[in-house]
Design a protein around this ligand. Structure first.
Ligand SMILES: Cc1ncc(C[n+]2csc(CCOP(=O)(O)OP(=O)(O)O)c2C)c(N)n1
Length: 634
């Protein structure tokens, strides 16, 4: 942020309230430039943030969020909010280790009331805050800013339903409608919003319609009833946002989200009204940066890029390297070609989960349900019951939303649904809301499910094929990284069977999924120190290979489990439980994540800090050896 800029003078939102409109417009452009330049260097969410600049300015201009409250849904569009709330000087540290978070973060600022990253939560939490404020006789409005994609989430609907019935007077929902989620928004609600968008009904017009209908002549009582019906029907078909009004909200809009003057006037007006109010604002994703306007999907959350041309520069993950996601994407197409029963499902993440090529190739066998993870799983259950072979490609962190559907719709019915879990493990710059480090724990406790994790590309293919033929629920977890270039033997996948990839008699490392590679590297290091380690590719967290485990616990001095997952409930826990059954739990040492949220930062740096790289694993082996030897000597 240059010291000559207007932005450098903004220490807090109060500083913008004294600025004339002309200066605010300059400030908006400075904020856009800062966002664009920072994201180009650090990666991050771009297009949504560029689209929300004027809206954020108008909200901070009209409200005082030290007294009023603001909640950003997902929070990936809150960069302008960060710039206005005292974080401009540190903004260059965005998403870096110990730097500014890419999402609202409690503790980072008094203006961030929640640490967020998941979609659909803002209205719900805002209703709670609104009720609490009312009960405490506290003044001020609660504002929830929600995208059109997030508006389609079940939780948003549940909250609208409740707020409308409660008649929350102090609630304002701002619908930031750019007709995009990460990809185009899907669903009937989205179609409804786009009809409003294209027919451009304004409140002015709405008032005219109402007044016209009031003057329609009425003859006799019967005719009056008929006319009431007709009036209702006409109003319904002509008045924008009727659906929200029917739910108990006062609807305003659609308003141009880039016309600062109009936006400030409108926000100022709706602020004075008793709610619940829904203000519909139209914004352009990527506004002000041509490459992002042209390809808002690519620029939703781009890797680093050239700020002049928009050309992506993938520093950390060269395109030459194949990711687990890419291998899954290719493998699913092959399997889809061989078996027309294979159906792919995503909850608003077709690009992130690698399903775009499948969608292109088999459009009739692909479903994007929007940000509705629960429905994605219910849909899969129905499809499986009908004889299809559904594969739900989903991030580990978002599958959390659908835990009950995995339990009730899938495992309880023992249905053959494949959960292709992506971003399982530490994800990096998106931070704690996106780390996928709990899935083994929350799935392992469910009867009937099989849990597996591939350690490399060929194994991923083999496991996907195996899962599709299994005839019962299964989940395959894959990390957010490239597949290892060093290959190791991948024997045919056999239910509940692990694979020994290296043999030695000084102890065993039992690694799960992506941790096989670094465990082998650790074994190499230890070999240089004279230790011959066995390395086991566990393959299945459920069922565990108890036969092999029993043998290892007898033959080896100790077993170290290694996983990119929380310690509690993970593979280490599973091995400890099985070892306890065999009376040998004292021989097991688990290496996993501690009972705390892993912050944002580069994935490799975080893994190193967590001791989950080759060096850390080698250290854990030495520590386990010492601990177990000292126990034995006692
Ligand atoms: C529960 C959940 N599922 C999926 C995501 C991934 N995600 C992040 S932003 C986004 C799109 C949100 O669209 P919208 O609310 O319209 O906001 P926009 O990006 O268009 O501003 C998605 C799907 C998420 N954050 N949370």
């Amino acid at each position: 942020v240059s010291p000559q800029s207007l932005l450098s003078r903004v220490k807090g939102p109060e500083d913008i309230r004294t600025m004339p409109l002309g200066e605010l417009a300059v400030l908006a452009e400075e904020m856009r430039t800062t966002i664009k330049e920072t994201v180009s260097a650090n990666s991050g969410h771009l297009a949504s943030n560029l689209g929300a600049v004027e809206l954020t300015l108008a909200l901070h201009y009209c409200f005082d969020f030290r007294r009023d409250r603001i909640l950003w849904d997902v929070g990936h569009q809150a960069y302008a909010h960060k710039l206005l709330t005292g974080r401009a000087a540190d903004f260059h540290t965005l998403r870096q280790l110990d730097g500014i978070s890419g999402f609202p973060r409690k503790g980072e600022s008094e203006f961030d009331l929640f640490t967020t990253g998941h979609a659909g939560t803002a209205i719900s939490c805002a209703v709670g805050l609104a009720v609490a404020d009312r009960q405490a006789a506290r003044d001020g409005k609660v504002v929830a800013v929600v995208g059109d994609g997030a508006m389609g989430a079940g939780m948003s609907f549940e909250a609208l339903n409740h707020a409308g019935a409660l008649g929350c007077k102090n609630l304002l929902v701002v619908l930031n409608d750019n007709s995009m989620a990460i990809s185009g928004t899907v669903g009937a609600m989205s179609n409804y919003l786009s009809r409003i968008r294209t027919t451009l009904f304004y409140n002015e017009f709405k008032r005219e319609v109402h007044s016209f209908l009031e003057h329609v002549p009425v003859f006799g009582e019967k005719m009056e009833v008929v006319f009431e019906h007709v009036k209702d029907a006409v109003k319904r078909s002509m008045v924008a946002g009727q659906i929200f009004e029917d739910l108990g909200f006062r609807y305003f809009g659609p308003t141009d989200g880039h016309n600062l003057e109009e936006l400030i006037d409108t926000v100022r007006d709706v602020k004075l009204l008793d709610g619940p109010v829904l203000l519909h604002v139209l914004t352009d994703k990527g506004k002000g940066f041509d490459p992002a306007v042209k390809d808002p999907e690519q620029f939703h959350s781009p890797k680093t890029f050239c700020v002049e041309t928009g050309k992506i520069i993938a520093k950390d993950d060269p395109a030459t390297k194949e990711t687990f996601t890419k291998v899954f994407s290719d493998a699913l197409i092959e399997m889809g070609e061989r078996d027309e029963k294979v159906i792919a499902i995503t909850a608003a993440m077709p690009s992130g989960t690698g399903l775009l090529p499948f969608q292109e190739k088999f459009p009739g066998r692909f479903f994007d349900v929007g940000i509705c993870e629960q429905h994605a799983l219910g849909l899969a259950a129905g499809l499986a019951t009908g004889g299809a072979k559904p594969v739900v490609a989903i991030y580990s962190t978002f599958l959390q939303r659908a835990f009950d559907q995995v339990f009730h719709e899938i495992c309880l019915q023992e249905l053959p649904v494949v959960l292709a879990i992506d971003r399982a493990g530490v994800v990096g710059a998106d931070g704690p809301t996106h780390n996928g480090v709990f899935d083994i724990a929350y799935l392992r406790c469910l009867p009937n499910i099989v849990l597996m994790a591939p350690s490399n590309g060929p194994e991923l293919r083999a496991m996907l094929q195996f899962g599709l033929g299994l005839g019962k629920p299964c989940a395959m977890r894959c990390p957010r990284t490239s597949v290892p270039t060093a290959e190791w033997a991948v024997p045919p996948v056999d239910l509940g069977k692990a694979a020994v990839v290296r043999e030695g008699g000084d102890g065993a490392i039992l690694a799960y999924g992506a941790m096989v590679g670094p465990s082998l590297a650790a074994a190499e290091k230890l070999a240089a120190e004279g230790l011959a380690m066995t390395v086991v590719n566990l393959r299945f967290a459920k069922p565990l290979d108890t036969e092999l485990l029993g043998r290892l616990l007898t033959e080896q001095p100790f077993c170290l489990t290694v996983e990119e997952h929380a310690l509690m409930g993970g593979v280490g826990s599973a091995v400890l439980e099985a070892a306890a059954d065999l009376g040998r739990a004292d021989k097991v040492a688990p290496l996993a994540l501690p009972d705390e949220f892993v912050p944002h930062g580069p994935r490799d740096v975080l893994l190193r800090c967590l001791g989950l790289d080759a060096e850390g694993i080698a250290k854990a082996v030495t520590a386990a050896r010492t601990a177990i030897e000292s126990r034995t000597n006692c």
